[in-house]
Design a protein around this ligand. Sequence first.
Ligand code: KG4
Ligand code: ZN
Length: 344
Amino acid sequence: MYDISNYKIKPEPVILGLESSCDETACAVIKGRRLLSNCIISSAAEQAKYGGVVPEIASRAHTEAVEEVTSRAIAEAGIALSDIDAVAVTYGAGLLGALLVGLSFAKGLAYALNVPLIAVNHIRGHLAAAYLDDLSLKPPFITLLASGGHTAILKTTSFTRFEVLARTLDDAAGEAFDKCARVLGLPYPGGPHVQRAAEGGSPTIDFPSAQVRHSSSLAFSYSGLKTAAINYCHNLAQKGQEVNVADVAASFQRAAIEPLVENTVRLAVQSGITTVTAGGGVIANGYLRSRLSGECKKAGLKLVLPAVKFCTDNAAMIASEGLNKYMTGDFAPLSVNATAHIPL
Ligand code: KG4
Ligand code: ZN
């Protein structure tokens, strides 16, 4: 019978993390915060044919990949199944059918091994990625979160708590990148393609910045920028003129990224917190990474920037957040369900 009532918290647990919220089936193993393996099987190439993630295809792809990716992660970590002290898994937010594949598999594994199950919020996983890059990182720090579903600046006050200092009033930055890519005829997911296109262009078009000018809270807004990029392209198309994809991408990227960098540094300086971290898929953006590094350096702030492979969806970040919850004994019952939406 499954019974973890006498479970003792270990100082350096081996945690297996599983992620299946969107189109990546991922499994990773950590010992303490040290990464032992990090494996991904992606259905992104198949999804790209449809211009976005088709939930049914994602669920089926997870079902086919979850055992293989887990076996690989265990083998690469050089551990036995019996070495696993806890199983951490994404329970939300994401596509319900996709989440249920990873969650059900994780439950089976936790049950068979009689170890705690840890239910991880995907976005908190993105935030915990920074701990993997700097094993000595400890709160407090200021965190820039920029993903497909969220854009915010947070004050992380402990391993399990944060306060929201600034956020988007409408769309998320990643979502705006994806829409900009679509109007430019670039494939899904759009972010990396906009970045690549921007490398060959100049930011000559004066798109409205994602900074909300009249706000004292340093909020962001991406809907105006997104609409401006779409209208710009449609207007040229109506006149039969060609769109300079590289220049649109470079101009959009600058307008989307500069406020994120500026506000993050400003809020860090204002709060007197000298460490800055970042998380979420948009943090993979090369322009953002170089601008944030430069501005943090100028302001005398220490920046812990997760490696690109820890910014886009992965299971190492889920295991890392799993460790934060493990240390406080925050375990889930095997009846825990998947959740499509979780507020920040
Ligand atoms: O953080 P994430 O997995 O989304 C959520 O969990 O909500 O990130 C996915 C988003 C997509 O919108 C994708 O276009 C964007 O991150 N992204 C990028 C880059 N790589 C991924 N955006 C800009 N530049 C990139 N290099
Ligand atoms: Zn994600």
